[in-house]
Structures are given as C-alpha cells and as structure tokens.
Ligand binder design. Sequence first.
Ligand code: GLP
Length: 260
Amino acid sequence: MEVVIAPADELAVLAAGTIDALLRRKPDAVIGLATGSSPLKVYDELARRHAEDGLSFAQARGFMLDEYVGLPAEHPERYRNVIEREIASRVEWAADRVQGPDGLAEDLPAACAAYDEAIAAAGGVDVQILGIGTDGHIAFNEPGSSLASRTRIKTLTAQTREDNARFFDGDIEQVPTHCLTQGLGTIMAARHLVLLATGKHKAEAVHQLVEGPISAMWPGTIMQMHPHATVLVDGAAASRLQLADYYRQTYASKPAWQGL
Ligand code: GLP
C-alpha cells in the first residue's frame, strides 16, 4: 500500500494522471467510479484534460461503486445522475458505456448478481477510484460487511445517513435507508485501487485503513491485502498516521518516472 500525503489539488492531479496514462495506453480501459465529495477534484481535472489535451473516454467503460435503493430515476442525488453530472457528460462519455447497480430493479438480488457479471464480462476494473466514509466504509460496505462480499443490498448506518444528509437539504429523513453496493470482494478484484481522503474528519478512518488490523469493523482495511493500492491523503486526513514521516520520505525519494 502506497501512501501519498499532499495538498488536495496535487492529489487530484496524481489520480487523474493515473487514469490519463491508463487511457492513453489502453483506450478501452474499465474505470471504477466513486461518488461523494472526495473524487470531485479528480473529475474536474479529467474534464480539463478532455477539453484541453484531447483525453478521450470514447472507448472506455465505467462502473459505479454503489447506488441508493428506491430514489426516483430523475432524482438529482441518484448516483447514476451524480456521475452523469460530475464526470460522464463533461468528458462526452456515452451513457450506455457507464453503468451502476440498478437501485430501482424489481428483483434487487438478481440486479446485484447481474452487475457483478457485467463487470467481469467487461474484463474487470483497471483503476478503481474510492473515497472512505468516516466510519471506514468503502463504497457502501458498512462496518460488519463480509470482507469477501460481492455486490448486494446493504442497510446504511445512522452515521452514513447523517453524513450524506448534506446532499438532501440537511434532512436525514430524505436519505434512503438502503443501497446496492459492490462488495469488498468485488472491489478487491480491481487491478489498481486509488483511494482519496481529505479533511480531519477522515483522520481516524485513514489511520485504521492504513495501520489498523484488518477487520470488518473498518471495512476499508481489506485494502491492505491488495497488491496495488494507493492511498492519497491531505495533511489533515494524515494527521493520525503513526508512520506519516516514513510515508512522506518514501514518496519524496521515489523516482519521477514511476507512476502511482
Ligand atoms: C459515500 C459513498 C462512498 C464515499 C463515502 C465518502 O456515502 N457511498 O463511495 O466514498 O461515502 O464520501 P465523501 O467523499 O463525500 O466524504
């Protein structure tokens, strides 16, 4: 696991640079997309590179991490709409090349199984962008999630609904109670995991993620088992890392030609 500590703008350039390099060597790459505020600067940077440097998503595929259950198709906070607004439409990514779990399906377990199959049929995810919840969830794998889980229905914790109420006029009652989420096993099958976290409120989750024991209580800790995981954090999110100086020193001495 590589930990990079840098200001948020630099982290976004690093993450976008990884996707840029991937798309230029593999135009039909499969990109794993996250919602939430953490990846927004990355999406801004990708949109800039699309507009100014000709970065093309035309042949790429996108798979989202998760989706709320039951939000109407046109709801602005439905994750498929969020992804359309924040990244897909800005890089002229055709709607049928970006998929998310279907939170409006009549048969939700069947939709979850079909989603895992669709990811596998596309050849698996090349780079997966991730954020982390204050309770340590990745995607919507809340504490207690099986470390081997596949895409499935989950109940959101009170903490997550409270955290996400800011997207729903500050009203927790409007935040759905259930979601469909890629499982931890699904996420672990991606070839490169790139997690972004900024702000002091993420410091404990980041400490557990990087330095805590692997545990379903902090679901992101499963990333310690991944052969290619990158954790991009600002100084505030890194403030509880015991080995912060070591991570800084390691990254500073990394040869410039070596990407993430
Ligand atoms: C959300 C999403 C996650 C996201 C996390 C952190 O609920 N389901 O994919 O990583 O919580 O969100 P944010 O980046 O807004 O802090």
